[in-house]
Design a protein around this ligand. Structure first.
Ligand SMILES: [Zn+2]
Length: 293
């Protein structure tokens, strides 16, 4: 197992859960073309739009029950490294500072712009955003992680999915979701709910694996993001198409990571990382989108 998949990310093992083929959430086509056999689960590519999707898809209720204490242990061990990567991505995307006139013109004098992190894990990123002047709130499906973030950072973190938090319309100036959308059974409905809680002109930042990246193409079923927990794997093109179809306008895109740490030969890492970033073939991508007014 270790030789076959040296760099896969945290993953649930395939379980005997109900699974069914579903219409593509981007274009509605059924019957995608088989792409990768990962041993116990498979990915396929949509004939209509090219969106990479697990096929068949595991039952949504079963998916929601996977994120437990084991996930918290993984997140707690990695929270500062992930926070720093997320802050770098936000800087790369040119996220405006909370004091920007962009936010000030819409908020009561003296109030802070509001940031929501969906899938906030331990809340480490929100803690950093709050230090920078944001009013921070989180949503986290893994209840032990949400409890950890409330206790350690004193952050308001709702345990559950975004819809169950029942935020009022137009609550947030920034919504951030890193490595979340690829886990969702219904990414289109998620984006609709995100759009509902965003103020007009607010910013959405999404980060997710890049199915059109160099590593995905090279490694196929052995790619670290070809895991059972990832239900949809986007490219820049399919992510942009889905965002536009739900009323967002993509303004900036970045990809990064050409060669995973631990992959041999190691001397390829620096030049491939630089090339991937220039070419859009990086392993992970982030986009900054705005809600159309
Ligand atoms: Zn499709």
């Amino acid at each position: 197992m270790r030789r076959r998949a040296p760099v896969k990310t945290f993953a649930t093992r395939p379980r005997p859960e109900p699974r069914a083929s579903r219409p593509c959430p981007l274009c509605g086509r059924i019957g995608p073309v088989p792409l990768w056999d990962c041993g116990g689960f498979s990915f396929a590519s949509c004939r209509g739009c090219g969106l990479v999707q697990q096929d068949p898809q595991p039952d949504p209720a079963a998916v929601a029950s996977r994120y437990d204490g084991e996930y918290l242990a993984y997140e707690e061990a990695n929270q500062l490294a992930y926070r720093d990567l997320e802050l770098l991505a936000l800087a790369d995307l040119g996220l405006p500072e909370p004091g920007s006139p962009l936010f000030a013109e819409r908020r009561p004098a003296g109030s802070r712009p509001r940031a929501l992190d969906v899938g906030c894990a331990t809340g480490a990123l929100l803690d950093a955003l709050r230090d920078r002047g944001w009013d921070a709130a989180g949503v986290e499906l893994c209840a032990p992680a949400a409890a950890y973030g409330r206790a350690r950072f004193g952050l308001p973190i709702h345990a559950g999915d975004l819809a169950s938090a029942r935020f009022p319309d137009a609550s947030f100036d920034l919504v951030h979701a890193s490595h979340l959308i690829e886990h969702l059974s219904d990414p289109a409905s998620f984006l609709d709910e995100v759009g509902r809680v965003m103020a007009p002109g607010a910013i959405l930042v999404l980060a997710t694996p890049n199915a059109d990246g160099f590593q995905a193409r090279l490694l196929g079923s052995r790619w670290r993001s070809a895991i059972y927990d990832h239900l949809y794997l986007f490219s820049l093109r399919t992510l942009r198409a889905m965002l536009e179809s739900r009323g967002f306008r993509v303004e900036r895109e970045v990809t990064w990571g050409g060669w995973a740490a631990g992959l041999k030969p190691a001397f390829l890492k620096a030049p491939l990382d630089a090339w991937a970033k220039r070419s859009g073939r990086g392993d992970v991508m982030a986009v900054l989108a705005r809600k159309a007014r």
